[in-house]
Write a protein that binds this ligand. Structure first.
Ligand SMILES: *Cc1c(COP(=O)(O)O)cnc(C)c1O
Length: 423
């Protein structure tokens, strides 16, 4: 599509948008009765209007039926989990028995590493991206130490080349090939939280498997953002949180993918009663017998309140249709990049260096801009004008127009404010 930078064109894109109605299914934060331009769905997705009513239903079941709600509520709590896995199969590209919704992201990373990071004398290394999200770094480091190993030698980080901000796929593959025989686990994010770079997860998975290593993904910034095919890519496991692009609310319940190849009773895991074979769980017998699929990694009684808000958001994805969400995401990001580049290139002295890769296959919704001057001032001015973006040291403004509730006009507004501030 040929873009142009007029405001009329932005309005036209909005009126032609097949998903224009989905915005009304979210509560857009307001100041003095005016909606903010909220561009931080990569940090905390907005609240679905229906979240409250789903929470109320759980409260109502609890008050009228007590514990009986597990079996006798109109929507029995025992089966509530299935409402979540169905929609997630499309979003992450997996079979329902490969998905379990439980705990939170950092906790799940630990649990998956108990199963899939099993170092021995020969294979003990972890290959990951440099500057992974801090929680992931702490997880890797403490896991390594729990096996009596030294993070200095056991953790191999692949970073960008000198003076660059993007990590080349060929450098990742080269590191896997170099360390492969000593590597127990290759683990990357799908989308780097800072740069917004989308990694070639399929190529990474293939290279890791060729070397006989396990492969895992952290999809915190990928789930609900970009297209994923976890089953076909044959990754061993993946974890994600549900409060970013999945809009399930602060501290939302996380998600885990475990490939069918690993659905085996003999896979080592930390066990709890909710992972026990469903049909005989309540006999309360000694000796752990896991459920067959990913649910066999559950530990605790389900968090129904968290299920409820997650369900509210997943229903919106279902109603919109995942294909359509992806189509709009591609158009919205292409438009965003067009406007930003046109603005930056029109300046005598450029003010932005993009650290997010420009190529379509290497970015999702997020754009991270290194501001070459007046960064903090521009950031603060945007916030004052209710264009909500975030700030990361040293000089980076991050934001993400998301297809479910952001509009083309909002992106136009962001760039107009930038124009005005710089002129
Ligand atoms: C957001 C994010 C987290 C946060 O983990 P929680 O356990 O949900 O607090 C972890 N890792 C990555 C890559 C993230 O983007």
């Amino acid at each position: 599509m040929e873009f142009n930078s007029s405001v009329e064109f932005a309005r036209q894109l909005d009126s032609d948008d097949p998903l224009k109605e989905t915005r009304s299914k979210f509560i857009i934060p307001e100041v003095d009765g005016r909606q903010q331009v909220y561009l931080l769905g990569n940090s905390l997705g907005l609240q679905p209007v229906s979240a409250k009513s789903y929470l109320d239903k759980i409260l109502a079941d609890w008050s009228s039926l007590g514990v009986e709600s597990f079996f006798h509520a109109k929507e029995p709590w025992m089966d509530y989990h299935d409402q979540l896995t169905g929609p997630l199969t499309k979003i992450v590209g997996a079979h329902a028995d490969e998905i379990v919704v439980m705990n939170q992201l950092s906790v799940n990373l630990h649990l998956m590493m108990v199963s899939f990071y099993r170092p021995d004398n020969k294979r003990f290394k972890i290959i990951c991206e440099a500057k992974a999200f801090p929680s992931d770094q702490y997880v890797f480091e403490s896991q390594v130490r729990s096996h009596g190993l030294d993070p200095e030698t056991a953790i191999i980080e692949v970073g960008p080349r000198e003076g660059e901000s993007v990590i080349h796929t060929e450098d990742i593959i080269a590191a896997i090939n170099e360390h492969g025989d000593e590597t127990a686990l290759v683990i990357f994010s799908g989308v780097n939280y800072y740069s917004g770079q989308v990694f070639d997860m399929e190529a990474i998975s293939k290279a890791a498997r060729n070397k006989g290593s396990r492969v895992g993904l952290d999809l915190a910034h990928a789930a609900g953002n970009i297209e994923l095919k976890l089953h076909d890519w044959q990754v061993d496991f993946a974890c994600w949180c549900s409060y970013k692009y999945l809009n399930a609310g602060p501290g939302a319940i996380g998600g885990v993918f475990i490939h069918r190849n690993n659905h085996d009773d003999r896979v080592v895991r930390f066990a709890g009663w909710w992972g026990y074979d469903k049909s005989t769980r309540f006999r309360m017998e000694k000796g752990f017998k896991p459920m067959a699929g990913a649910e066999g990694w559950q530990l605790s009684t389900p968090a129904l309140f968290l299920y409820a808000t997650h369900r509210a958001s997943l229903e919106i994805f279902e109603e919109a249709g995942w294909e359509k969400v992806q189509q709009k995401r591609r158009l919205l990001t292409a438009y965003t990049w067009f406007l930003l580049k046109e603005f930056n290139e029109g300046l005598e002295k450029k003010i932005i260096r993009f650290i997010t890769p420009e190529e379509e296959q290497h970015h999702g919704c997020q754009v991270s801009m290194l501001m070459l001057e007046r960064g903090r001032e521009i950031y603060e001015a945007l916030i004052r004008r209710h264009v909500i973006v975030d700030w990361r040291e040293p000089n980076v403004i991050r934001f993400a127009p998301v297809p479910l509730y952001n509009t083309f006009s909002e992106v136009h507004q962001l760039v107009s404010v930038l124009r005005e501030l710089v002129s």
